[in-house]
Design a protein around this ligand. Structure first.
Ligand SMILES: Nc1ncnc2c1ncn2[C@@H]1O[C@H](COP(=O)(O)OP(=O)(O)OP(=O)(O)O)[C@@H](O)[C@H]1O
Ligand SMILES: [Mg+2]
Length: 162
């Protein structure tokens, strides 16, 4: 599924929309260059879960932040600085990925062989001006079902390319 957003506000709304379909244990992997909108999308997911958007940031030296005040715990990872898979393994990441929260992982490509077998992959890239092209792919049965539910939603249907 491909969605194009034309502003920060639209990317936030996409995140909010997505969050309505998320369940405990879901894993969202985000890929995309610096400034492509990964944190913005995460802020949208957070606010849809009932977490204040302001609390969701990507500070350089914090690898994971938990937000527990929403309807489901949110574990927000930013793996930009982690280049070695062994560093990630040392984090005890499994305790989060495979727990009763929702994990959103920026720079998920750095997970390499630790990438969860099933996940929702979201790849963000630049379009012209403030446009962002957001490609959403389901990996595994759970996420195929999630995409089906999302497709049924009107917001996405309007913006879907093909
Ligand atoms: N349609 C859009 N969606 C999201 N952000 C947009 C959009 N148009 C412009 N922007 C701008 O792009 C930037 C996105 O920043 P954001 O922190 O979300 O990116 P990021 O992918 O998390 O970057 P990083 O890799 O540094 O963590 C912001 O400066 C925002 O104002
Ligand atoms: Mg970010």
């Amino acid at each position: 599924m491909k969605v194009i957003t034309a502003s920060v506000r639209e990317t936030l709304r996409l995140g909010e929309f997505l969050s309505k379909h998320l369940k405990p244990g879901d894993i969202i992997c985000l890929k995309g260059n610096l400034g492509s909108g990964k944190t913005t999308l995460t802020k949208g997911i957070a606010s849809g879960l009932g977490v204040s958007r302001i609390k969701v940031t990507s500070p350089s030296f914090v690898i994971m932040r938990q937000h527990l005040e929403g309807r489901v715990p949110l574990f927000h990872f930013d793996l930009y600085r982690l280049k070695e898979v062994s560093d990630i393994a040392a984090l005890g990441y499994e305790g989060y990925f495979y727990a009763e929260g929702i994990s959103v992982i920026e720079w998920a490509q750095n997970l390499d062989c630790l990438m969860p077998k099933e996940h929702l992959m979201i790849e963000l890239s630049y379009g012209s001006k403030d446009k962002r092209i957001i490609k959403i792919t389901a990996v595994g049965i759970r996420y195929k079902e999630l995409l089906r539910e999302m497709r049924a939603g009107s917001l996405i249907r309007k913006r879907e390319l093909k």
